[in-house]
Ligand binder design. Structure first.
Ligand SMILES: Cc1cc2nc3c(=O)[nH]c(=O)nc-3n(C[C@H](O)[C@H](O)[C@H](O)COP(=O)(O)OP(=O)(O)OC[C@H]3O[C@@H](n4cnc5c(N)ncnc54)[C@H](O)[C@@H]3O)c2cc1C
Length: 217
């Protein structure tokens, strides 16, 4: 089936942390999506996928983007001026929340938090969220998750003050040592290594749980 191509305009670019920014794009009137889905930005030579962080009813489309060192596409997005036009296809993907009787555990590294922000804004509640980042500066959307998560656990793998509200270590450490035994619906989003390692831990420690994953890189 031929994908519909949409055109949008950059409304705003906002710094979230030293290496991450959020783009607000105008929303084509006929574009709809479910929380957790993504769009594919296109130019003449390249295409790159980005998860939407806004709720489906919002008037702008928002993307949370890590500026990849030596990354060609993210450099152009970071430098784009307000009013720049982009083309995209979508919505893509099936990484959507499925409500069941099992508790949901969301596990993200870095910008892998994006689909969970959209789910939270679309009124998904009661989930446990682990957000793995190097520095507390990268805990973007913390206010949103303090207000919406049942349990919000920032996992800081780099040097940070010893504030009790953070887990000091990687998300894998929390899953292995701190997550209470149980049968869960796990949603994993971020880097391949994290998804592989957490999936191994789930196999070992949380039998009969479901695992849904979205790999960014
Ligand atoms: C399903 C899906 C959803 C995605 N959603 C998001 C999102 O919401 N936010 C977001 O920031 N990114 C997301 N990505 C990643 C995004 O699509 C691009 O791959 C990324 O922005 C890099 O593009 P680039 O052209 O700048 O880098 P490239 O020019 O493609 O790569 C430059 C160099 O960096 C390496 N590299 C590429 N990506 C990364 C990375 N993420 N981390 C470390 N090294 C990397 C490459 O191997 C290469 O060596 C998603 C990817 C997928 C597959």
């Amino acid at each position: 089936m031929k994908q519909q191509i949409y055109t949008c305009e950059l409304q705003q670019s906002t710094r979230l942390s030293a290496g991450t920014f959020e783009l607000a794009l105008s929303r084509p009137r006929d574009f709809t999506f479910q929380p957790g889905q993504r769009i594919r930005l296109l130019d003449r030579y390249r295409e790159r996928d980005y998860s939407l962080v806004n709720a489906p009813a919002d008037s702008s489309l928002r993307l949370c983007i890590r500026r990849v060192p030596a990354g060609s596409f993210t450099a152009s997005l970071h430098a784009a001026a307000t009013g720049s036009r982009f083309q995209f296809s979508g919505p893509h993907g099936y990484f959507v929340f499925r409500s069941t009787s099992r508790p949901a555990v969301f596990v993200a590294t870095g910008t892998g938090i994006a689909p969970f922000a959209s789910m939270a804004r679309a009124k998904t509640r009661g989930f446990t969220l682990l957000h793995g980042v190097k520095s507390p500066d990268d805990l973007y959307y913390a206010d949103l998750f303090h207000a919406t998560a049942g349990t919000y656990v920032p996992c800081i793998s780099g040097k940070a003050s010893t504030a009790a509200r953070w887990f000091h270590g990687r998300v894998t450490g929390y899953v292995e040592k701190e997550l209470p035994p149980g049968t869960y619906d796990f949603y994993l989003c971020g880097r391949t290594e994290m998804i592989r390692d957490v999936t191994w831990l789930i196999d070992e420690h949380f039998p009969d749980s479901n695992v849904y994953s979205e790999i960014f890189f």
